[in-house]
Design a binder for this molecule. Sequence first.
Ligand SMILES: CC(C)CCC[C@@H](C)[C@H]1CC[C@H]2[C@@H]3CC=C4C[C@@H](O)CC[C@]4(C)[C@H]3CC[C@]12C
Length: 280
Amino acid sequence: MLPAVVKLCCGISYPHLRSTAGLQRTAMAVIGQEIAHLQRWGQMQPRMRTHAGLNYNESKREDAPAKDDQLFYVQQGRGAMRKALSMLEDKDGWKVEIRESNGDVICSKVMPGARKVFRLEAVLEAGVDELYDLLFTRVEEMHQWNPSIQHIKVLKHVGPETIVTHEVSAETAGNLIGQRDFLSVRHSCKQKSCVYLGGAAIQLEAIPPQAGFVRAEDGPTCIVIQPLDGDTRKSHFTWLLNMDVKGWLPKSIVNQALPRAQLDFTRHLRRRLTASATLG
Ligand SMILES: CC(C)CCC[C@@H](C)[C@H]1CC[C@H]2[C@@H]3CC=C4C[C@@H](O)CC[C@]4(C)[C@H]3CC[C@]12C
């Protein structure tokens, strides 16, 4: 009942919401977030059923999940990668959102269904393998160098290329979107000298949305890392951010926060790379 009433109210207020500005809009964003929390709490009936041999508290269990479950995750990961790459391959309709003085560029595109996706392109001072190591192999350490992330846990290693992860974003000052948690399948692939990191949200009844969090969905998404011509210590980094942050937030706020999150991520990654270069 509550969600239906909330939806109705939002529908009625939408035209007014579009014409608000400044602080009013900020206030609405915060109210929207509160409603999303309330709604989430309403849905928190425990429906713990272990799926695919995956239980949050027993993720290190030794007994192998059935082969077809493994196949399921690999297929989800590959499928996500394929979809994200085809979005990147389509060169039409991209609009420049931000052009930084260091050369980083973020473009956006409105996809069928009205979701806006963001493509960041940057040159990083690191080789492809180092980036693969930081962004995939050692993904659980990401919170150590990226304050936008509170924690990332690999719930399942499905072969060397595919993992199932639970990610929690941090509650950072100035971030109007607020904390989110994600459940994703992440798939990596090395081809020629390039690395591809794909991912998509998955749903597992064994890991329902966490109390007090809004479960967001990341993907189909993909990061492409290519060596820069003539310099193996530099890479071209392309990241398609395709996120449904969920909750009741004005689109304008979400569409400002997402490219900003990409710039933040890249800034922290650069800082991490400088640190490892100094430490040797
Ligand atoms: C704006 C708010 C809602 C979210 C801010 C945090 C965002 C930027 C965080 C939360 C979870 C993060 C992702 C978690 C895991 C991976 C897998 C890794 O192989 C590449 C980076 C990638 C894909 C991260 C990118 C940044 C990410 C999407």
